[in-house]
Ligand binder design. Structure first.
Ligand SMILES: Nc1ncnc2c1ncn2[C@@H]1O[C@H](COP(=O)(O)OP(=O)(O)OP(=O)(O)O)[C@@H](O)[C@H]1O
Ligand SMILES: [Mg+2]
Length: 204
C-alpha cells in the first residue's frame, strides 16, 4: 500500500450466535479510490458495511478511519467524522419530497433546534437554511434529479430513488461514502448512469 489508508479493516470477524458472517476480513482503501466488495448472497457484504458504519460491532478485529480506531465508536460520531452511507433496502421517506429527503442529510450540519428558534427572527437561522438549500440544489443538479425535486420520493422509479439516496449521503459532506448494493435491481441504463455518477462524484 502506498500512502495512508482512509479506511482500514484489520482481521474483522462478526458472529451472530453460531453464524459466522465475517471471518478475519482485512483490507485498505486509499483516498480517492473506488473500492468494491463483491460476493454471493449471504457472503457478508452488508455485515461489513455495518461494521464500518457502526451499526454492528465486530466480534473481533478493528476498523480504522483516517488512522483513528473507530471500532467502538457509535454510528452518529462516525457520521460526524465524515462517514456517509446508503442502504441496501431504500431508506427514504416516501411521503416527503426529494428535496426534503436530501435536506435530512444536512441536519447534522445545522445548529441546534433551540438556537435555530431563538435566532430565526434575527435572520441567522433563515440565512443558514438558505445556505443548506443552496447546497442541496447543487447536489440535485450534479445528480440530474432537478425534474423530480418536488415529487414525493415514494412515487419515483427505483433507479431515481437510489439516486436520491446517494444525494442524501452526499449532502452529509462525507469524506467517504459506503454504498450497499448501489445498482441491485437496476436495468442496464440505470446501472450505467449510477456508475457515471459514482465516478464523477469521486472526482469532484
Ligand atoms: N442481524 C443478523 N442476525 C443474524 N444473522 C445475520 C444478521 N445479519 C446478517 N446475518 C447473517 O450473516 C450472513 C451475512 O449476511 P449479509 O447480509 O452480510 O450478506 P450479504 O453479502 O450482504 O448478502 P446479500 O447479497 O443478500 O445482501 C448471512 O448468513 C446472514 O444470514
Ligand atoms: Mg447485503
Amino acid at each position: 500500500m502506498d500512502g495512508p489508508a482512509i479506511l482500514a479493516a484489520e482481521n474483522v470477524s462478526l458472529r451472530f450466535g453460531g453464524v459466522r458472517a465475517l471471518t478475519e476480513v482485512s483490507f485498505h482503501v486509499r483516498p480517492g479510490e473506488i473500492f468494491s466488495i463483491i460476493g454471493p448472497n449471504g457472503a457478508g457484504k452488508t455485515s461489513m458495511v455495518n461494521c464500518i458504519s457502526g451499526r454492528y460491532r465486530p466480534t473481533e478485529g478493528r476498523v480504522f478511519f483516517q488512522g483513528q480506531d473507530i471500532t467502538r465508536m457509535g454510528a452518529n460520531r462516525r457520521a460526524g467524522l465524515g462517514l456517509g452511507r446508503t442502504f441496501q433496502n431504500l431508506a427514504l421517506f416516501g411521503h416527503m419530497s426529494v428535496l426534503d429527503n436530501i435536506m435530512v442529510g444536512r441536519h447534522h450540519l445545522m445548529k441546534s433546534g433551540f438556537a435555530r428558534g431563538m435566532l430565526y427572527w434575527l435572520g441567522g437561522a433563515e440565512r443558514e437554511e438558505i445556505e443548506h438549500r443552496r447546497a442541496v440544489e447543487e447536489i440535485v443538479d450534479f445528480l440530474e434529479i432537478q425534474h423530480v425535486r418536488h415529487a414525493p420520493a415514494g412515487t419515483l422509479s427505483y433507479g431515481l430513488r437510489k439516486r436520491v439516496e446517494l444525494a442524501r449521503a452526499v449532502a452529509v459532506n462525507p469524506k467517504l461514502i459506503l454504498l450497499d448494493e448501489p445498482m441491485a435491481g437496476m436495468n442496464l441504463e440505470e446501472k450505467e448512469d449510477m456508475a457515471r455518477f459514482i465516478i464523477d462524484l469521486n472526482q469532484e
